[in-house]
Design a protein around this ligand. Structure first.
Ligand code: PLP
Length: 447
């Protein structure tokens, strides 16, 4: 046994003895022991190299071990590891400015958190404080995090075991042309009906009770569903009409994933608040936050903001954010995500759909794509149940891993979400592996 694998045996055994894993029945947990990672590649403890089409939990937008970010964290650690959030520090001040420069105009103040769920929690807190209202609307087919308000806002099965009465959360249907809840014939009808439905929900809930509407600009884990043209503008108008705070959750879609700094840029809307995390520093050190507009920020000019965190604006995390955003700028990483999406991933996945009958739908932008796998294109019967997995999906993941590709699936969907730094050639390599695994899916579903 090599040194690596003998130490990995210890790592694995200690993990199974002492680590409680998220979202899993512990008896089913079988983690890959990762030894190292670089750029778009990950190596396991046996030295096997994998091309990473997962970006882990869709967070390593800049890829692994970017030298400038590693160096920035190292230098910051030598200078000042931690300090009270009441102090001003250079990394936090600089990170706030760099983020504010990239949000839509007017969102100029940044409240820092340790991750995405806390960002959503604080965005909701701001909206409730600002409006004096309690309810918050969010869509079915969404994920907003695992803390109390965020999980109650979530529109997927992870909410079910966490539901709390009195959370003040109300769900509505968002547009989903492929599985239209409105029986629409096309995108524009879907958009119109989704907005009519949303307005009815607001009216029936009582507009004066609704503080905020939280919406992933492009819902991610729930299925990477870019909204139809006009939908988000319609949402903005409804929020304006009824005095509701529009919170864009860009925890997954932000910082380059869609080929723009923030996905709202594609749709020409300016939310009141943007929740971000993940790509802000690619998760090298945990960080999230809320970008806040002037009207809401000024609510707290002479009234205390009723929230805070010991590690708000942690120096190591903010130093990583400064280095990440700077490197993304200097190396054209956001543009790269847009180009690889438009020239390789989009056309490549559509071409796969022409040849693989198991693909029911292809959608996405940038490095943010989903395939719906179906047993029958006419009925759109999913290849695995909602909220579960199935043998065909597990086999696809295993076959891809066997061929050196890490790829995520959610229920019956395959998500193609590599780092924003992926080259055209690497993207093609990954698609070729996926192509082979889809042959097996087609055959299995046809049996
Ligand atoms: N919001 C969205 C859209 C997410 O995708 C996630 C995580 O995947 C979260 C919020 C929660 O972020 P975190 O896991 O950092 O708390």
């Amino acid at each position: 046994m090599s040194l690596a694998s003998s130490s990995s045996a210890g790592t694995y055994e200690l993990d199974r003895a002492h680590v409680l894993h998220s979202w899993s029945a512990q008896a089913d947990v079988d983690p890959m022991v990762v030894e190292r990672a670089e750029g778009v590649h990950v190596w396991d403890a046996d030295g096997r190299c994998y091309l990473d089409f997962t970006s882990q939990l869709v967070n390593t937008n800049i890829g692994h071990q970017h030298p400038a970010v590693v160096q920035a964290v190292r230098e910051q650690a030598e200078q000042l590891c931690t300090i009270s959030p009441a102090c001003a520090t250079e990394p936090r001040s600089r990170a706030a400015r760099l983020i504010a420069e990239r949000t839509p105009e007017g969102l100029d103040k940044i409240f820092f958190t340790n991750g995405g769920a806390e960002a959503v929690e604080n965005a909701v807190r701001m909206a409730r404080s600002h409006t004096g209202r309690h309810k918050v609307l969010s869509r079915y087919r969404s994920y907003h995090g695992a803390t109390t308000t965020a999980i109650n806002l979530t529109g997927d099965p992870r909410r079910w075991p966490n539901e709390q009465s009195g959370a003040g959360t109300v769900h509505f249907f968002g547009p989903h042309p492929y599985r239209s809840p409105f029986h629409s014939r096309d995108e524009s009808e879907e958009c119109r009906r989704a907005l009519e439905h949303l307005e009815q929900v607001i009216e029936l809930e009582g507009p004066e009770t609704v503080a905020a509407l939280v919406l992933e600009t492009v819902p991610g884990t729930a299925g990477i569903m870019p909204p139809p043209p006009g939908y988000l503008r319609g949402v903005r108008e409804l929020c304006d009409r009824y005095g509701i705070v529009y919170i864009a959750d860009e925890v997954m879609a932000g910082f380059g994933r869609t080929g723009a700094w923030f996905a709202v840029e594609h749709y020409g809307v300016t939310p009141d608040l943007i929740a971000f995390a993940k790509g802000v520093n690619s998760g090298y050190v945990p960080l999230g936050g809320v970008a806040v507009n002037e009207a809401i920020a000024s609510t707290f000019d002479h009234r205390a903001y009723p929230g805070g965190l010991t590690y708000s604006g942690h120096p190591l995390a903010c130093a990583a954010a400064v280095a990440t955003i700077t490197a993304m700028d200097e190396e054209g990483i956001v543009d790269n995500a847009a180009t690889v999406g438009a020239e390789v991933l989009g056309p490549g996945l559509r071409e796969l759909a022409e040849r693989h009958p198991s693909i029911g739908d292809v959608r996405g932008l940038g490095v943010f794509w989903a395939l719906e796998l179906v047993t029958d294109r006419a009925t759109k019967e999913p290849a695995a149940p909602y909220g579960g997995s199935g043998p065909v999906m597990k086999r696809l993941v295993a076959e891809c891993a066997e061929a050196g590709l890490l790829i995520p699936t959610t229920y019956h969907r395959v998500h193609v979400v590599p780092p924003c730094t992926i080259t055209a050639q690497q993207a093609r390599e990954g698609l070729a592996v996926l192509d082979g695994a889809l042959d097996t899916v087609d055959r299995t579903l046809a049996e």
